[in-house]
Write a protein that binds this ligand. Sequence first.
Ligand SMILES: Nc1ncnc2c1ncn2[C@@H]1O[C@H](COP(=O)(O)OP(=O)(O)OP(=O)(O)O)[C@@H](O)[C@H]1O
Ligand SMILES: [Mg+2]
Length: 201
Amino acid sequence: MGELKSENVVWHKLSVSRDDRENLLKQKGVLIWFTGLSGSGKSTVANALQNKLYEKEKLTYILDGDNVRHGLNGDLGFTIEDRKENIRRIGELSKLFVDTGIITLATFISPLREDREQVRKLLNEDFIEVYIKCPLEVCENRDPKELYKKARDGKIKNFTGIDSPYEEPENPEITVDTSELSIDECIEKILEYLVSHKKVI
Ligand SMILES: Nc1ncnc2c1ncn2[C@@H]1O[C@H](COP(=O)(O)OP(=O)(O)OP(=O)(O)O)[C@@H](O)[C@H]1O
Ligand SMILES: [Mg+2]
């Protein structure tokens, strides 16, 4: 990965820059990366945050696990290798989104630290990791898609938290515990960080 397979591929420099687009939109492109167990609340919190940003007239887009797997990554499964490739492609896709000036919210379990760090390296200071923390028991109790039930019954293999690992972030920019905070409190905490660090202007 990372090596060009085709020869004679030359980057074409274009005349409208990211700065120009950001000035046009009156905002800055950034990638807000939500990681956490299934059912922890990544999609719920990102959706609520997006509503708030929309009210502030900010252009956002959510890249969501299931949706991306329907299209771009429909050829990938849930083995460690496929999960890695899933996150790698999403990282590259997110980089393009951020370059447009869009506030991009990515909601993927992204269980492996190494894979998330790869995206961080690609995006540098444009990468904000939000750990959506929630004990496995609470996620399993919520089970909004009945996936835990299926995993416990052996109907889904390689399910994060059951028979596939989840590695907690070591130094996320933001942690919100959805078993302790309400959805509104979670987005308040995230917004506070984004505004005080001038990620959302
Ligand atoms: N404080 C909270 N924050 C977020 N979600 C909460 C909170 N309290 C309860 N919930 C509920 O928890 C569930 C979280 O489900 P959600 O689909 O957002 O999880 P997810 O992390 O996106 O899972 P997946 O990885 O499977 O997509 C929802 O049913 C939501 O209503
Ligand atoms: Mg989700």
